[in-house]
Write a protein that binds this ligand. Structure first.
Ligand SMILES: N[C@@H](CCC[C@H](N)C(=O)O)C(=O)O
Length: 276
């Protein structure tokens, strides 16, 4: 049985998107890993499924699977691609799209210049809800990793993130520490790991080792978590430009219990058909 798909990306964080409204899509973890494989499959960081709504007040549901086959709660770059996909495929003509995810409902806004602005909701900072093992919520935590004590920020944007401050993202130990922190026992559902360099209070550089995908060219929820962490440490303004290897996102967060806004591009690369 062949399935139609669209290859998309948000700043080089790439996706295979399936319309699961007009075709039946049933993918098991092994199939997801094969489709995501860059040599034996189509190749992507995440697979996105666009489904009929499940939550009241939403127009669609969208599901996210990492390249390792795991289903996850949230994906910021994927959310922007989702909005572009439903518009381009004629599934929605609305400029404001409420959508359900495993992490709850979010709202997407398609701007006339092609950028997508997303209300990602407030960050979750309570340790057990991130989830992260710690007694109380704090802007930073000590984390023992391979004999070193690292200082991390921890937050959930629907999905869990750890954020480290580094002098220079170019030389940051992303490949060495990323996988060790991803599977650290204090993060029971594993974690995405951001390495943040502060250039000015309104501009950071960021590299992200993603849970279940490895280092990607950009991570939307990682950019939101980095700005939240930088602001909780008193280092960033309300609005900051986040320069990732694949390009820039604008992130805005006014403070505790306020929503995090993310603005950035979403691109279609090609469409195809595959027998999974
Ligand atoms: N690339 C995404 C995040 C995708 C999910 C993440 N790897 C996880 O496991 O939580 C983004 O742009 O936010």
């Amino acid at each position: 049985m062949s399935l139609r798909f669209t290859k998309m990306h948000g700043l080089g964080n790439d996706f295979v998107v399936f319309d699961a409204i007009r075709q039946r899509v049933d993918l098991d973890p092994a199939t997801i890993r094969r489709l995501a494989d860059r040599r034996f499959g189509i190749g992507c960081d995440q697979i996105l499924l666009v489904e009929p709504p499940r939550l009241a007040g939403t127009d669609f549901h969208y599901r996210i699977f990492n390249a390792d086959g795991s289903e996850v709660e949230q994906c910021g770059n994927g959310a922007r691609c989702f909005a572009r996909f439903v518009r381009d495929q004629g599934l929605s003509d609305r400029d404001e799209i409420p959508v359900g995810t495993a992490a709850g409902a979010i709202r997407l806004y398609l701007a006339p210049d092609g950028q997508v602005r997303v209300d990602m909701g407030p960050p979750e900072l309570t340790p057990e809800r991130i989830p992260f093992q710690a007694d109380t919520s704090s802007p930073t935590y000590d984390l023992e990793v391979a004999g070193e004590t690292l200082t991390i920020g921890a937050a959930s944007m629907g999905n869990p993130h750890a954020v480290l401050l580094v002098e220079d993202v170019e030389t940051a130990p992303v490949a060495r520490l990323g996988p060790l922190i991803e599977s650290h026992p204090r993060f029971p559902r594993r974690v995405n790991v951001g390495f943040m360099q502060i250039l000015t209070p309104a501009h950071i550089r960021l590299r992200v080792h993603e849970r279940g995908a490895g280092e990607t060219l950009a991570c939307g929820t990682g950019a939101c978590a980095a700005v939240v962490s930088g602001r909780l440490r008193g280092l960033l303004d309300t609005r900051a430009r986040v320069s990732l290897p694949g390009g820039d996102l604008m992130i805005e967060w006014r403070g505790l219990s306020q929503t995090v806004w993310m603005t950035g591009p979403a691109e279609t690369v090609f469409q195809g058909e595959i027998d999974p």
